[in-house]
Write a protein that binds this ligand. Sequence first.
Ligand code: PEP
Length: 240
Amino acid sequence: MPQKYAAGNWKMNGLVSDLTEVLEIDKGVAGLSCKTIICLPATLIYAADGDPRQHVEIGGQCCHSAPSGAHTGDVSAEMLFEAGATYVIVGHSERRADHGETDSDVRAQVGAAWRAGLVAILCIGETLEQREAGETLSVLMGQLDGSLPEGVTPEALIVAYEPVWAIGTGKVATPEQVAEVHDALREKLGPEISLLYGGSVKAANAAELFALTNVDGALVGGASLKAADFVPIVKALSDS
Ligand code: PEP
């Protein structure tokens, strides 16, 4: 059975004073059967590492492919690991859109994550135009082919299906749309890789998504910032 994960993505939100929410989440998820990850802005990872957490694991949100060098403003996978991260998101559609990251960039970043000992949370997703043109599955399979290095293992890779049109928009993919994609991903990636859905997941829609056979959890943006919103999502996953 694939591992179940509830992963939060804080994006460019949060100051050190907001790390109290991570501690609240940590308390709220005690005893639950799934893993909980919060992917913090790079500036907060080291500070969070010093906090007395017992359940929540910490991730970064992107990494450069090189271990060090003349890349002003970038962060390497080794730096994230040293600061206390054990996971890193790669290929998020906001990175692809804002920073022009391509599948081959993402492939190099997955390799960098593995080199540094991080689990890569690889995001893939289609735009609304691609869905309306009937290209969803071919786009997603192309992203996987282009961004996965050799040597994939369930211990080192999590895949998050995040339709671009559902991220931060309040529009959630229907259970039928999610099932179609996740069943195809399962077929391609085998029985062990964890497959997360992401895109406007909230407590109100989480249980319906987690009931789907090949949904092993969620990558959650806005609703991961507050324990009061995120813990009920983690509970829904644990109960599924
Ligand atoms: C995300 O950032 O990966 C995401 C899914 O955001 P939201 O939950 O806010 O749609």
